[in-house]
Design a protein around this ligand. Structure first.
Ligand SMILES: [Zn+2]
Length: 86
């Protein structure tokens, strides 16, 4: 199964970058909308968002306000491995 990106849609690589900002709550409304459109059409990216959300709520439970940058870096390289090795 494949999906197509329109000219204004973010690519999976751009979505990865957006996701790290999304985790920090730093996305604009436009970015959030294009992100969610992409996630609807791209199950792998949706899975990764869930991974991010899980990690973020673990941080909340540990009373951390923000995801530590080390954890974000590890998540990001995990995402990159998962998407681009295929
Ligand atoms: Zn994608």
């Amino acid at each position: 199964m494949s999906h197509q990106h329109g000219p204004s849609e973010p690519t999976c690589r751009q979505v990865l970058e957006l996701l790290s900002d999304f985790v920090d709550g730093e996305l604009s409304l436009d970015e959030r909308e294009s992100l969610s459109r992409h996630l609807d059409a791209c199950p792998p990216c949706e899975e990764f968002l869930k991974t991010f959300e899980t990690a973020r709520s673990l941080c909340r439970e540990s009373l951390l306000e923000k995801m530590p940058s080390e954890l974000k870096d590890r998540l990001r390289s995990f995402l990159r491995d998962q998407i681009f090795k295929k």
